[in-house]
Design a protein around this ligand. Structure first.
Ligand code: ASP
Length: 322
């Protein structure tokens, strides 16, 4: 981030305590705008097909939650994506364990953590949300819940991901760093024709993680947060750092206070970077959208981009690093 932008945003942030609670409340809710701006779909990385599938479904009238899950499924099914779903990198013991969460426009949410042998974990997270009295199911419990709903049992480790894991084992260095090359979590935020916002986030997490490690992606408030009155945000990158700063919730709450999506993403990244000495060697990136369809994004390092589908165009936007 340029020094001047940084100074402006900190001055801007400092101004808020001066707002009285009453003013704050009046300022806080972003006014709904005309519905004809919508639908919009944005997602992390250059997942062109995933975002297009979601965008087109929204145009046909699909609601935002179904569209977000449909988009996420494109990457969950994609064996070439080594950080999501089928073909995702395993943990250090060779087990592929998936994490996902969803949140809808009514503040409902669901998540599954460390699930094996199920590809469509974002959809499973929705089932937790809709078909159980809970918000989170983990491991074997989540897997048996999937079986009870007839999700197929799928071996998630592919020939290629097994080969890469075996190569890693020979080197056997455990360096839990997510840099610019090794992460491709899909986080997707959709606004439907009704102006309702929902999101989904799906990942296999950190490659060769310790067995049982969970990052930010299935943690509501960290990897994803939606408030239909304000906006939504989603994260990718070094999940531990996103969890420590509750990044997606932070962004949405900053937008509630009047930050633009861009300013809110800048501040969330600044909170992470400011804990470190200098620019850290891991990557974290956020995308955010407000209730009016304004979009923001920021990453710590170069190399991050996001897709944006609106007005029947699906565009990849490069993100300037901090
Ligand atoms: N955020 C994910 C995690 O920490 C990884 C990623 O985005 O690639 O599990």
């Amino acid at each position: 981030m340029k020094r001047r932008t940084f100074l402006n945003s900190t001055i801007f942030a400092g101004a808020f305590p001066l707002i009285t609670p009453k003013q704050f409340f009046t300022n806080s809710l972003i006014k709904p705008t005309s519905k004809n701006k919508f639908p919009i779909s944005i997602c992390t990385w250059n997942f062109k097909e995933a975002n297009e599938v979601a965008g087109k479904a929204l145009e046909k009238g699909m609601d935002s939650l179904n569209a977000a899950i449909l988009g996420a499924q494109v990457e969950e099914d994609n064996p070439a994506n080594s950080t999501v779903g089928f073909g995702g990198a395993p943990d250090r013991e060779g087990n592929v364990t998936l994490d996902a969460c969803v949140m809808d426009h009514k503040k409902n949410c669901g998540a599954v953590l460390a699930v094996e042998n199920v590809v469509h974990v974002a959809s499973l997270a929705r089932d937790v949300m809709e078909k159980t009295p809970h918000v989170i199911l983990t491991g074997k419990g989540a897997e048996s819940f999937a079986r009870s709903l007839n999700y197929p049992s799928t071996v998630l480790l592919t020939k290629e991901s097994k080969k890469a894991w075996e190569k890693w084992k020979k080197e056997a260095a455990y360096e839990p760093i997510i840099n610019i090359e090794n992460h491709d979590t899909i986080g997707i935020l959709c606004i439907d024709k009704q102006g309702n916002l929902s999101g989904a986030c799906s990942t296999s997490g950190l490659a060769y993680k310790m067995k049982g490690r969970i990052g930010d992606s299935p943690i509501i408030g960290a990897g994803l947060f939606i408030d239909n009155e304000v906006g939504g945000a989603v994260a990718t990158g070094m999940g531990e750092e996103v969890v420590k700063t509750v990044g997606s919730f932070l962004i949405v709450e900053l937008m509630r206070q009047g930050y633009t999506p861009q300013q809110a993403c800048d501040e969330a990244i600044r909170r992470i970077v400011s804990k470190e000495e200098g620019i850290p060697n891991f990557q974290v990136a956020y995308i955010a959208i407000d209730k009016n369809g304004n979009v923001g994004s920021r990453s710590i390092h170069d190399g991050f981009s996001y897709m944006e589908y609106r007005d029947q165009k699906n565009i990849n936007n490069l993100v300037n690093p901090y």
